[in-house]
Design a protein around this ligand. Structure first.
Ligand SMILES: [Fe+2]
Length: 245
């Protein structure tokens, strides 16, 4: 399995507090069956701008040294959507914005209070036209999306992909989020499952429980697609399988 969303980069956001914790999170993920993790620090948020690429790369290198060869680690960002995002991405250095593992996939985060009048469909279209593949993180937490599967369908038509959180599927955040996440999977609107891990206990890494849950409910093929095959396409920068069974 490959986890495309994990806050394992130490001391850069509300994820791993230090290098030891970060390395332990990586070991936990590997023990749980993850061969590859994408370190996705928050970017472009008021609290964590995190757009100094060299500093983030050297922090990842320190983590690689501590962890060893397994799991493989790549860098990306969980990029907050704001009105300046498109112009930042048009800069030669992307204004420090980090695509996932150097690919054309971008992991994007909307404000959890809602879209705030933002034209999400227009944004998805503009990003696709510019050659990006936008992945919208955890739609189950965004009220405007969670309550409107038709809007999610239109966003997929516009070129957006969606990543649901493993712990939402497995009821760790309560019944309401489990039902929302399941309805998105059942509607064929989810392309990735990721941990969004932040620490060792409260929001730990690991996809095996979500994989087992998906396999028992919807079959092994879908579970594998969301936890392994589509994430592998991100790492290899090729299009995903995106038609639901
Ligand atoms: Fe996150």
């Amino acid at each position: 399995m490959i986890d495309i969303h994990a806050h394992i980069l130490p001391a850069v956001d509300d994820g791993a507090a230090d290098l030891d914790t970060a390395a332990e999170m990586c070991r936990l993920a590997a023990d749980d069956g993850c061969t590859t993790l994408l370190a996705t620090p928050h970017q472009r948020t008021p609290s964590w701008w995190n757009c100094e690429g060299e500093k983030l790369c050297s922090t990842l290198e320190a983590l690689r040294s501590a962890v060893g060869a397994t799991p493989r680690l790549y860098l990306g960002g969980e990029v907050r959507v704001d009105s300046g995002l498109l112009s930042a991405l048009a800069e030669p250095d992307l204004d420090g914005t980090l695509p996932l593992a150097g690919s054309t996939y971008l992991l994007l985060e909307f404000d959890r209070r809602g879209l705030g009048g933002l034209d999400a469909e227009g944004l998805a279209q503009e990003l696709r036209l510019a050659g990006w593949r936008p992945i919208f993180a955890h739609p189950e937490f965004i009220p405007d999306l969670a309550q409107d599967l038709d809007l999610m369908r239109r966003l997929v038509q516009a070129g957006a992909l969606f990543q649901v959180t493993a712990m939402s599927l497995t009821s760790d955040f309560g019944r309401r989020l489990r039902v929302l996440a399941a309805s998105m999977v059942e509607a064929g609107l989810i392309h990735f499952v990721a941990s969004d891990a932040h620490d060792l206990t409260r929001r730990p890494p690991g996809l095996s429980r979500a994989h087992r849950h998906l396999a028992s409910k919807y079959g092994e093929a879908l579970a594998r697609r969301l936890t392994s095959e589509n994430p592998q396409a991100v790492v290899e920068n090729r299009p995903i399988h995106w038609h639901p069974d």
